[in-house]
Write a protein that binds this ligand. Structure first.
Ligand SMILES: *Cc1c(COP(=O)(O)O)cnc(C)c1O
Length: 382
């Protein structure tokens, strides 16, 4: 089976991990600090805070922005469930903004319309979680302008998008957001096994992210109520143990050295797909002029498909040894979310997109011959 995604681990990556295993600190040591500093530098953000995974980073970002059960959070229905679950962990309310079917990212017009229809202040979201689907930044300039008007904070769920750019700046620089999240799960662009990070330019938010990562316990004078001496610490909030180990961070440092190469390889493979599907029934996601995708995923849409045809072709391709995928089943259609009151028909573009979209294998190990086999198999079907 040709997998849809796969990590690329070099000897340098292995050496980096072994070095930590032989050192004094397996967690809360130097490798963690190195990884955070390197990440902040690459993204041109002031602060990077590592986490045990992106879901923990999203949860902590919501907590840092003060999300409670009184609040409303909006996100995209076309994402992994974690983008919405993080709000539910805070007992907040969740709602979705429909996508632009051509990019699969939140549609700025849909956001503007949804906000203009709001009657009570309680329904106004405190935070919008913007997902950079497949590695391409959403239309951040427009989205942030709309959110500013209403005083809405923005978290970028850039789990797919490290190494990507928007308006020629690195995703993660937080120019149009309060906090940006990355995931380092093995199918993503770089990996730490499990891992995530939250980036921000705001010192207060960085302090809170660190606080919520470690039980809500702090030694920072500006966060403590008292100070009884050098041994003293305080629990000032209810946090979690969401820390990344130094073993993971060491892998992250080494993988970050390879980020540019990974992105170059992904672009070259994506270009080959683009050229091959030109004027076929397979439509790649539209790329905005101002965005440079990290190409976590290569997604094509077949706009002629019925639900039944898609099922048949999906199975046919899997039978041919091609691990195609679907990203994603709209979150509001999950049984858990249906029980919260969401219904089929709530977000028509997301639902239509779901029936049209197919993810093709894309990862640094994908050989030319394998890619040609995938391309031919798809063109044979059209
Ligand atoms: C992978 C992913 C997450 C969760 O990342 P973990 O590191 O596995 O917790 C969240 N959001 C999106 C869009 C993702 O793709």
């Amino acid at each position: 089976m040709i997998p849809y995604g796969k990590q690329d681990i070099s000897q340098a990556d292995i050496d980096s991990v072994v070095e930590v295993l032989k050192s004094s600190h397996l967690t809360q040591g130097n490798a963690g600090v190195l990884f955070e500093n390197k990440l902040a530098k690459i993204c041109a953000a002031k602060y990077a805070v590592s986490f045990c995974n992106a879901t923990a980073a999203l949860h902590s970002a919501c907590l840092a922005l003060g999300i409670t059960k009184e609040d409303m959070v909006w996100t995209s229905p076309i994402s992994f469930v974690a983008s919405a679950n993080c709000a539910l962990y805070c007992n907040a309310n969740i709602d979705f903004v429909d996508i632009d079917i051509n990019t699969a990212n939140i549609c700025p017009n849909a956001l503007a319309i949804k906000l203009s229809n709001i009657k009570s202040k309680k329904a106004l979201p405190k935070v919008l979680i913007v997902v950079h689907m497949a590695g391409q930044s959403a239309a951040m300039r427009k989205l942030s302008a709309i959110c500013k008007e209403y005083g809405i904070k923005i978290i970028e769920d850039a789990s797919h998008a490290i190494g990507g750019q928007y308006e020629e700046k690195s995703i993660g620089c937080c120019l149009y957001s309060d906090i940006t999240i990355f995931s380092f799960h093995p199918v993503k662009i770089i990996t730490t096994g499990e891992g995530g990070a939250a980036l921000t330019n705001n010192r207060e938010l960085a302090d809170k992210l660190i606080l919520f990562r470690s039980h809500g316990v702090t030694q920072l004078p500006n966060l403590m109520e008292n100070n009884e001496g050098p041994w003293y610490y305080e629990q000032v909030a209810l946090g979690h143990n969401y820390r990344m180990t130094d073993i993971q961070a060491a892998l992250g440092v080494s993988q970050l050295n390879r980020l540019d190469d990974f992105i170059t390889q992904r672009h070259s493979l994506a270009n080959q797909y683009d050229n091959a599907f030109n004027r076929s029934i397979w439509q790649p996601l539209t790329q905005l002029a101002e965005s440079f995708s990290a190409y976590h995923l290569y997604i094509v849409r077949n706009t002629h498909w019925t639900k039944e045809e898609k099922r048949k072709i999906f199975i046919e391709l899997r039978d041919k040894g091609i691990q195609v995928h679907v990203h994603y089943i709209p979150i509001h259609l999950q049984p858990y979310y249906q029980k919260l009151g969401f219904k089929l028909g709530d977000y028509p573009s997301a639902e239509r997109y779901y029936h049209q979209a197919l993810t093709l294998p894309l990862h640094p190990y994908l050989a030319d011959k394998q890619q040609q086999y995938i391309i031919n198999s798809l063109l044979d079907l059209s």
